[in-house]
Design a protein around this ligand. Structure first.
Ligand code: BEZ
Length: 211
């Protein structure tokens, strides 16, 4: 069975560009993003890894660690990092896992044999402080991901964790949010003493907490 939302993510020990890691220890008690990319020295991946490096301050601001994964060996990751610096203006400033035997990729279900039986797909796993999977998305090798969207989802997940709110369609930071269905009206009155708009009893809208 593949990894599902709410599962504790698999632990592993692996070589990375920043030394050997024991994944659960590396996670500590914080948020993290693990993203797989199909192969080193490929064009779409090169642009993605440069973008994640540029966005690192945004992940840091949210207390989120970032780590990349591909099936290439460590030496290849190090050589490719120089190309990323040269072409994208920024070398990876986060660890890249070397996974030449596809052990980690297989643990995370990032090899989809009917798409390609040797390379990983482009998956993103957002992991919460409880080490549980909060989000996974998978793109084909030919489509680069939108890492602004990953930051947007992290903002939503962190709001849910802290304030018991959900976020509506196309929500972005600063927009109104929805009181989660799991919060009773009685509890909502304590959390949101200013009240809320409710065009339907199940649709309770409040300004974003903390803004
Ligand atoms: C790319 O990053 O461009 C890529 C990687 C693997 C297969 C196809 C494209």
């Amino acid at each position: 069975m593949s990894l599902q939302l709410g599962d504790i993510v698999p632990d592993f020990t692996a070589e990375t560009t920043e030394g050997t890691i024991h994944f659960h220890d590396w996670l500590g008690g914080g948020w993290a993003v693990l993203f797989s990319h199909p192969k080193d020295f490929t064009p779409v991946c090169t642009t993605e890894l440069g973008e994640v490096a540029r966005l690192k301050p945004e992940f840091d601001k949210r207390g989120v660690k970032v780590i990349g994964l591909s099936v290439d060996p460590l030496e290849s990751h190090h050589k490719w990092s120089q190309d990323i610096a040269e072409t994208q203006g920024q070398a990876p400033n986060y660890p890249l896992i070397a996974d030449p035997d596809r052990r980690v990729s297989s643990l995370y279900g990032a090899i989809h044999p009917n798409a390609n039986d040797t390379l990983t797909v482009r998956s993103v796993y957002v992991i919460g402080p409880d080490k549980k999977l909060k989000l996974s998305i998978t793109y084909p090798a030919s489509t680069g991901r939108n890492f602004q969207e990953i930051l947007r989802v992290i903002d939503s997940l962190q709001l849910t964790a802290k304030h018991g709110v959900a976020t509506p369609v196309n929500w972005k930071d600063g927009d109104d949010v929805i009181i989660a269905g799991s919060v009773s009206d009685e509890d909502a009155k304590k959390r949101f003493p200013e009240g809320w708009k409710a065009p339907k009893p199940y649709l309770r809208i409040v300004p974003q907490p903390g803004k």
